[in-house]
Design a protein around this ligand. Structure first.
Ligand code: FES
Length: 82
């Protein structure tokens, strides 16, 4: 399995709305980070967005390095990437 593209080396803060569904980009190629814009289709077919529903209104820190073990949220993994 190929590695996702590192879209950023720190999380991005976004405002989520409770009950709303979002498609988080896991491939790193989206031009609409941190959300999917369909670019994964040309990445190599190994990636698909992670669809999730916000559990509450308010800010969230979403992963931009695409190596988190807690997608779509940042878990600090960006700090250990080369
Ligand atoms: S564009 Fe990255 S998962 Fe869709």
């Amino acid at each position: 399995m190929s590695e996702p593209k590192i879209a950023g080396r720190g999380p991005v803060k976004v405002e989520l709305k409770e009950g709303e569904t979002y498609a988080f980009c896991t491939c790193g190629y989206s031009e609409n980070q941190p959300f999917c814009d369909g670019s994964h289709k040309s990445a190599d077919g190994q990636f698909a967005p992670k669809v999730f529903k916000a559990e509450k209104d308010g800010p969230a820190f979403l992963c931009m390095c695409k190596h988190t073990n807690n997608a779509p949220f940042c878990d600090g993994t960006h700090g250990s990437l080369d």
